[in-house]
Design a protein around this ligand. Structure first.
Ligand SMILES: C[S@@+](CC[C@H](N)C(=O)[O-])C[C@H]1O[C@@H](n2cnc3c(N)ncnc32)[C@H](O)[C@@H]1O
Length: 360
């Protein structure tokens, strides 16, 4: 099999891993709604008395309140899931509407037809099981229903959301978020920085707000998104600064758009010839692909001098991260692991690691 094909298979695998991660996040949200739903249901059961909600409560009126339909977008070959059905409320309203019609009909003395309408109204109304419990429905039962309904919506979004991410650079990875929150610990003002595999560009854009002179880089496919994000965010920050005229907002740092630029950079010795050395190199979640490690080290060799600090963040995914560090050491880089206590609190116990690397 050709190298090209092998690389394509590897890329598919990484896309798959990303989808799995997104899937898990959504599943956690969904489970949260489900457990909250069951908890509220248990509370209702407690307040209404044992035996209120048993399988005997369910009868033939129990019909589905929502349907999920599946449509394929022809060009993109993507399947979109749409939530159909009324999820109860509208049906009840429409039953009220029908009650009005019903009285009009009565006025017209068309009794036979009215009787038929009446049954229909009742049937629609009873689709919402909450009405089985009288007028004084406990709040926890309503909350429980709300949680279960939210859960259905989350499931519906599940597939639609994850199919949006067709490559790894078009979403903010947790690493970028953690590193951006760490930047205040570094002296970035007027430092010449580069971000490798910047994806959405969060880390680089954040470094720019601390007064760094930043070059954001990624492969060609990702660049339009980086451009969009830089233009939007940089213009916004500059405009807010102008409006408030508050230099304290940026610690008296003079921000300007010419201190942030974007460059296509596919790692490897051939592609970085035009690049100079930098004071700081950022890399967030870029170690997941061991086939690229050699090219990444070649790039680092070219853009780092003895004073350059490389700040990398990665998650242990057992995708050969250790291979990268072994190679880096062989190529003369020192590696220092930063204490996780210095990361934002929610990630201190995580599998994320922040490292500093410097050439010997
Ligand atoms: C997992 S994403 C991380 C994106 C971003 N740094 C973040 O943390 O949100 C990996 C990024 O590395 C880029 N990348 C992968 N291989 C690369 C290569 N050989 N040269 C340049 N960029 C590469 C991808 O395009 C992608 O944007």
């Amino acid at each position: 099999m050709s190298q090209e094909k092998l690389d394509a298979i590897d890329n598919c695998l990484f896309e798959l891993l990303e989808l799995v991660e997104n899937f898990n996040e959504i599943r956690i949200k969904s489970n949260k709604e489900l457990s909250s739903g069951y908890f509220n249901l248990a509370k209702s059961k407690y307040s209404l008395g044992a035996g209120t909600f048993t399988s005997l409560s369910y009868d033939k009126r129990m019909t589905c309140g929502a349907k999920i339909t599946c449509e394929k977008e022809e060009e993109k070959e993507l399947v979109q899931y749409k939530l159909g059905g009324e999820m109860y409320e509208k049906k009840v309203k429409s039953s009220e509407q029908k009650s009005e019609n019903e009285s009009n009909l009565k006025n017209r003395n068309n009794e036979e037809k009215t009787e038929k309408e009446e049954t229909q109204v009742e049937e629609i109304k009873f689709r919402n099981p909450i009405y089985w419990y009288g007028v004084l429905v406990p709040q926890s039962l309503r909350s429980s229903q709300k949680d279960f309904k939210n859960e259905v919506k989350i499931k519906q979004n599940l597939d639609n959301e994850i199919t949006l991410h067709q490559n790894t650079g078009n979403l903010v990875w947790d690493g970028a978020y953690i590193l951006s929150k760490y930047l205040y610990r570094l002296k970035l003002r007027d430092k010449k920085c580069i971000e490798l595999g910047c994806g959405t560009g969060l880390v680089g854009i954040s470094a720019w707000t601390y007064g760094a002179d930043v070059t954001l880089t990624d492969i060609e496919d990702v660049i339009p998104l980086v451009e969009e994000n830089v233009n939007f965010n940089v213009d916004k920050v500059l405009k807010e600064n102008d409006n408030t005229n508050d230099n304290q907002l940026t610690n008296n740092i003079k921000l300007s758009k010419d201190k942030i630029r974007i460059k296509t950079l596919n790692w490897g010795v051939e592609n970085c010839k035009e690049l100079d050395t930098f004071d700081i190199v950022f890399g967030s979640e870029i170690l997941y692909y061991s086939k690229s490690h050699k090219a990444l080290i070649e790039t680092l060799q070219h853009i780092c001098n003895k004073n350059t600090l490389c700040v990398f963040i990665y998650k242990t995914r057992n995708l050969g991260e250790e291979h990268f560090f072994k190679l880096a050491k062989e190529e003369g880089f020192n590696i220092e692991y930063i204490d996780n206590k210095k990361l934002i609190e929610e990630f201190q116990e995580s599998e994320y690691h922040l490292i500093y690397m410097k050439k010997n």
